[in-house]
Design a binder for this molecule. Structure first.
Ligand code: SF4
Length: 301
């Protein structure tokens, strides 16, 4: 295989295919409610990553039932609840842990994937999570987005790269596997700067990585900026991004599982770029190009 895929990781670890079921537990985020800031991160419109079957006003056990039904055609029999929308550790610890326990009480749910910000991890919450992780597959997915503090400041992220590194280490100290989420193509970052992020990530004890090309989505602050000053953005073409992903993977620690290289908001939400490829088509093109280049993840690590 050209890179360390999530599919292979699941086969190695669980012996079968895993399906994540998104749940919206009604969290908000400190970058919207005024604790860290208001208005949120410049790229964010949370409705782009919230599937139709999960709505915060529906009980999470019902959301899980609906999600399992939605994915029935893929014949998975191992399911993780994916706390995806907003910052899913942002709340009073016992209430947050109560939601996790509720999801785990569903007879078909074997683990949790919890998406959050690196600055939303209270010590007592991590201690409780570590206890849950003794008997369940628990992953915390951190939105780091960039290794560069100038970028993080410009996108109004409200935390630093050092916060991300510290969060990874605190989770790792408690034996909780960590995923990082990074955006490629943020304004102000050159291709070389972004490739250098592979080396920075490779030094950390992270298990999973999700890359995501910058998409300008409606309702975000970037959408407004793009309308006024499009030259601030250097958006990826499909072919260029595929070659970039391969360059990045070559520099990445081969032990890190690359869960995805691409994420696509619903068509009606996208301002630019729109590539008109489905995710599986992107993966086919990527693997074909890996083959053409006779290379693989970690070749330059
Ligand atoms: S990306 Fe996450 S942290 Fe930023 S505004 Fe959106 S929900 Fe909040």
């Amino acid at each position: 295989m050209y890179y360390n895929t999530y599919h292979d990781y699941c086969r190695r670890t669980f012996g079968r295919r895993v399906q994540k079921i998104s749940v919206n537990a009604g969290f908000t985020c400190p970058n919207r409610d005024g604790t860290k800031g208001t208005g949120g991160c410049a790229f964010c419109n949370n409705s782009t990553f919230n599937p139709d079957y999960c709505r915060a006003d529906v009980d999470i056990l019902r959301q899980i039932d609906d999600g399992i039904l939605f994915f029935k055609k893929y014949n998975a029999d191992l399911f993780f609840a994916y706390f995806q929308a907003y910052s899913n550790t942002y709340g009073e610890t016992q209430e947050v842990i109560g939601l996790y326990r509720k999801a785990l009480s569903h007879s078909r749910i074997s683990g949790l994937v919890i998406g959050t910000r690196p600055d939303c991890l209270a010590d007592d919450l991590l201690d409780e999570l570590a206890k849950l992780a003794e008997n369940h597959h628990i992953v915390v997915e951190l939105g780091a987005e960039s290794c560069y503090n100038d970028t993080l400041s410009a996108i109004n992220r409200g935390h630093t790269w050092e916060d991300s590194v510290e969060a990874v280490n605190r989770l790792n100290d408690r034996n909780i596997p960590v995923g990082l989420h990074m955006i490629m193509g943020l304004p102000g970052e050159t291709r070389e700067m972004q490739l250098a992020e592979a080396a920075a990530i490779s030094k950390l004890p992270v298990t999973f990585l999700k890359l995501h090309q910058l998409q300008i989505v409606k309702g975000s602050r970037f959408a407004q900026l793009y309308a006024e000053q499009p030259r601030q953005f250097d958006l990826w073409t499909l072919d260029d991004y595929i070659d970039f992903c391969i360059d990045f993977a070559e520099r990445l620690n081969p032990a890190i599982v690359i869960e995805r290289f691409v994420s696509q908001a619903p068509r009606e939400m996208v301002v630019a770029p729109f590539w008109n490829v489905k995710n599986f088509e992107f993966v086919h093109k990527l693997e074909h190009r890996f083959g053409e280049r006779h290379t693989y993840q970690g070749r330059l690590f």
